[in-house]
Write a protein that binds this ligand. Structure first.
Ligand code: HEM
Length: 230
């Protein structure tokens, strides 16, 4: 077996892959959230941002490819680690009394599945304009977001997924420090200031958009794409 295959086969190897791919995900989420906040600047700002992302299509496709590989490896490692953990204890404990746990830790697996489903829906919704996207216009993210999130059911699904993302980040950013040995065991393991700050910032930054859309914070604006005559 090659070194890489042996590494992937080990439990710590899978955890390490989860840590690195998780960090890739966090960086994407922070960048994406900052871009989305341009909604408060208006249609032109969002349009220019969409064009900026497409400055080099080979680069964009490389980033998309890297992101897809990271998400798939993260999910595969999580699935295999769960299988391994279940196989190690096929019979459930009659009573479990974990020394330390949080709601975020208990929901991390199902939250991850929800996030995966959201990402598929979201790409169909906002990148491809194939579902629940009335009047979708390529390269006009301002109006696509404004109209796409005007439906309370769709906006509600976004808020739910953003909540799951917050819990996922809260537990995940703490776990990554433990996996990489940066955070040492502590007598107060529930004190995770950095994780709380990061999760809260991401939830507030993302949730402001569907809530803003429902509250009418994004006025109707002529499409910059139509104005340019694309
Ligand atoms: C308020 C919440 C969000 C809004 C308004 C939003 C908006 C958008 C828009 C407008 C696009 C299309 C960009 C373009 O084609 O130029 C997009 C793409 C994308 N979003 Fe989001 N997003 C949100 C939350 C999220 C979350 C929570 C995730 C993942 C955890 C995510 C992951 C993605 C991905 C993977 C793409 C595809 C990127 C690509 O096509 O290259 N988004 N989003």
């Amino acid at each position: 077996m090659s070194y890489l295959a042996r590494f992937w086969d080990s439990t710590i190897g899978k955890k390490f892959v989860m840590a690195i791919t998780g960090i890739v995900g966090v960086l994407f989420v922070l960048g994406h959230m900052s871009g989305n906040l341009l909604m408060f600047k208006g249609a032109e700002a969002m349009h220019e941002y969409a064009l900026l992302l497409r400055t080099s299509m080979p680069l964009l496709w490389a980033a998309r490819g890297g992101l897809i590989v990271a998400v798939l490896l993260h999910a595969l490692a999580a699935y295999q680690l769960t299988q391994r953990s279940n196989a190690a204890r096929p019979q459930q404990y009659a009573k479990t009394a974990p020394q330390v746990t949080t709601f975020a830790a208990k929901t991390i697996r199902w939250g991850g599945v929800l996030l995966l489903a959201f990402i598929v829906f979201h790409i169909l919704h906002m990148t491809l304009g194939q579902v629940a996207a009335p009047g979708f216009v390529h390269l006009d993210p301002y109006n696509n977001v404004r109209q796409g999130l005007a439906n309370p059911l769709v906006a509600g699904f976004y808020v739910l997924a953003i909540g799951a993302l917050g819990l996922h980040l809260y537990h995940g950013t703490w776990a990554v420090f433990r996996t990489l040995g940066i955070a040492r065991p502590t007598p107060t393991p529930l004190k995770r200031r950095l994780s709380v700050v990061l999760a809260a910032a991401v939830v507030l930054g993302f949730a402001a958009i569907p809530i803003g859309a429902l509250a009418g914070a994004f006025p109707d604006a002529p499409s910059p794409v139509m104005a340019e005559g694309h």
